[in-house]
Design a binder for this molecule. Sequence first.
Ligand SMILES: Cc1ncc(COP(=O)(O)O)c(C=O)c1O
Length: 409
Amino acid sequence: MDKNQAVAENNKAFQSGVYPDENGHFGPYGGRYVGETLMPALLELEAAYNKYLSDPGFQEEFRALLTHYTGRPTPLFHAKRLSAHLGGAQIYLKREDLTHTGAHKINNTLGQALLAKYMGKKKVIAETGAGQHGVATATVAALFGMECKVFMGTEDVRRQAPNVRRMELLGAEVVPVASGTGTLKDAMNEALRYWVGAVEDTFYIIGSVAGPHPYPVMVREFQKVIGQEARGQILEMAGRLPDMLVACVGGGSNAMGLFFPFAEDESVEMVGVEAAGKGVHTDKHAATLGKGTVGVLHGSKSYVLQDENGQITEAHSVSAGLDYPGVGPEHSMFKDFGRARYESITDTQALDAFKTLCLQEGIIPALESAHAMAQAMIEAKKMGTDKIIVVNLSGRGDKDLGIVDEYLK
Ligand SMILES: Cc1ncc(COP(=O)(O)O)c(C=O)c1O
């Protein structure tokens, strides 16, 4: 088999259900690295997930909620002024910021909360960084009448105060986590610890394509609606597939949601954008795929940021949703197989892109999404005006106004 054939075979494998295998492995990544006490809960979850994935009743209810509650399909918007301003490729924005609660996180929480309902669980827990996943979980918990606890690092409680208020209004208890750096990794540690003692009646809604099997595949499944819609929309609007997809990568759920339905389309280049924070040459970044090494975090094998003793190191980004020292295992496989390219954008570049999008298109993006925007702008300038880039605008920026104000002062 020559190289091109091998790539084509690989691309087909990505979509055909080869990955993950029955133990949740994406090539060498993924799996289920957890203590014995969590195994029964994960096996119960996997069985329920497999059962309801093909259950027409479940699927119908999920689709109906995505349409009537979330507001799907979200538009694909041709950012003509921005494209002209850059003088390169045509940029199209997949408007996940227009979903109910303002970020792609709602697609996944609806799916998992519905699964919890079908499993007869009355309580849900979640971890959150930027607070968008926490808000989305609190929202669906209220919708289904479930008790909800959200674990959140103390630093993120400070940075994302409006979202804490929203969660409380929605009836959730926000549990501040002061250990470590008081950010997403610590919140996830605490949520996993809490779950061990509460597995009987509690469903853990994980917010990204991370964590032990079946979470990475399950979250991708609930998020792939983004790419399915975008693929149909661009074919209709432009009459062809895009040349490039760009999405930011924290744990990787909005990126995988966009990428996955295009995995077999060899002509479509995929670019995932991590946070370079203060620069990848410093120790203040969250470029897990760019700078990390293979290790285990939160029950899954993937690239992680760690020191020479295997201790997980701190991640940094101006955007709370990106400063995670791990990444979903499927992205690690995409990186190794060359299916996606991963770049990183600094805090300053993201803030500049944030401003540009506000002024050029009247859209205030989440700081996470501003990382994708910044990379897309770099890529667009290198491409001809007949090329097409689809950028996932994963969320809206209301939650970030305090941080942006500090920067602009
Ligand atoms: C708006 C937004 N985009 C992106 C992310 C990053 O998550 P993921 O990489 O799982 O899409 C977050 C996380 O909180 C977010 O709130």
